[in-house]
Design a protein around this ligand. Structure first.
Ligand code: BV8
Ligand code: ZN
Length: 262
């Protein structure tokens, strides 16, 4: 039975203080306070007629490579211009503190941004890839491309064509992310499942719990009865399996939780 709270209660603080193997699944919400739009937010500019889920597909790239390529370049540019927020830095702090006492905090993220890493945390895996990785749409050869650098939020008024692959000379480049309908990197998924199964506390931060199979990972905590705590201003698809649902922004609640774990 989920207990919904608007701040860290003494029981939750006690769970955090006693936890030695913490597993954290994060979603777009943890980056929201940095200024990175979540998938639920409406699109603007060149893409206002499309939902993110429409553009994050092979079909969208095949239909209009330049539109999809430019969307990712714009998102890369935006991510480069924002900073990690107190939610990212709190997890990095907690990870360092636990490692000093032989514990562990494993971060598994659905996000394609690098804000956890830029906050100083080590990430066990990016379930949906990285927006800064690129590969050939045809031959899969990895490609090293400098990130998009548009000025601020202003999306370009003209789409950019994706570069031609230097390895095969015929394919064009695509972002190294997992699109809808594509398989997740299975070794990352398996490592995520293993760390959640072994955890003595599972934290789910900033995810609507709508995208599978990532959203099924927290359910593995039920196998061993590890406590499940969610941090999200809204109710999610996962709320009812949570032991505690902290209703608020992760940029505020994560620092409170980490401070209470000291
Ligand atoms: C697969 C990379 C099969 C790209 C992403 C029916 C039809 C068609 C498909 C399906 C279907 N049913 C299931 C599927 C499968 C599909 C799926 O789950 N669809 C859903 C939408 C129904 N899944 C897939 O296609 C996956 N692959 O199944 O392959 C297969 C099997 C065998 C062989 C071949 C193939 C692949 C899914 C991965 C897609 N790629 N990202 C890119 O980034 O461009 S997913 C993308 O959306 C994000 O990465 C993210 O993971 C996801 C959005 O989820 P969230 O992270 O939760 O973000 P969201 O915006 O939803 O929510 C934000 C949350 O934050 C909210 O709850 C909000 O309240 C909260 N929040 C806001 N502010 C704050 C906050 N929280 C805390 N603090 C705040 N301040
Ligand atoms: Zn190629």
């Amino acid at each position: 039975m989920v207990r919904q709270l608007d701040q860290v209660s003494p029981e939750v603080a006690d769970l955090a203080r006693r936890a030695q193997r913490v597993a954290v699944l994060t979603g777009a919400g943890i980056s929201a306070e940095s200024g990175v739009p979540t998938f639920r937010e409406v699109q603007t500019g060149l893409w206002e007629r499309f939902s993110a889920a429409d553009l994050a597909t092979v079909e969208a790239y095949e239909a209009d490579p330049a539109r999809v390529w430019t969307w990712y370049r714009w998102r890369q540019s935006l991510i480069r211009q924002v900073d990690p927020n107190p939610g990212h830095t709190a997890l990095a702090r907690w990870q360092k503190a636990l490692r000093q006492t032989g514990g562990e905090l494993s971060i598994v993220t659905q996000n394609v941004d690098d804000l956890h890493e830029r906050a100083g945390a080590e990430v066990l895996g990016h379930l949906h890839g990285s927006i800064f990785a690129h590969r050939c749409f045809e031959c899969d050869a990895p490609a090293d491309v400098p990130a998009g650098n548009y000025n601020g939020w202003q999306p370009p008024d003209q789409p950019e064509e994706p570069p031609v692959c230097a390895a095969c000379g015929s394919g064009t480049l695509r972002p190294g992310v997992v699109w809808f309908g594509e398989m997740l990197p299975m070794e990352t998924f398996d490592a995520a499942a293993a760390c959640i199964r072994a955890a003595d506390l599972v934290l789910v931060v900033g995810t609507s719990g709508m995208v599978q199979p990532a959203a099924s990972l927290p359910l593995l905590a039920l196998e061993r009865g590890a406590p499940l705590v969610e941090i999200n201003p809204e109710q999610t698809e996962l709320s009812e399996v949570m032991d505690y649902s902290l209703r608020g922004p992760s940029g505020q609640l994560l620092p409170q939780l980490v401070d209470s774990a000291r």
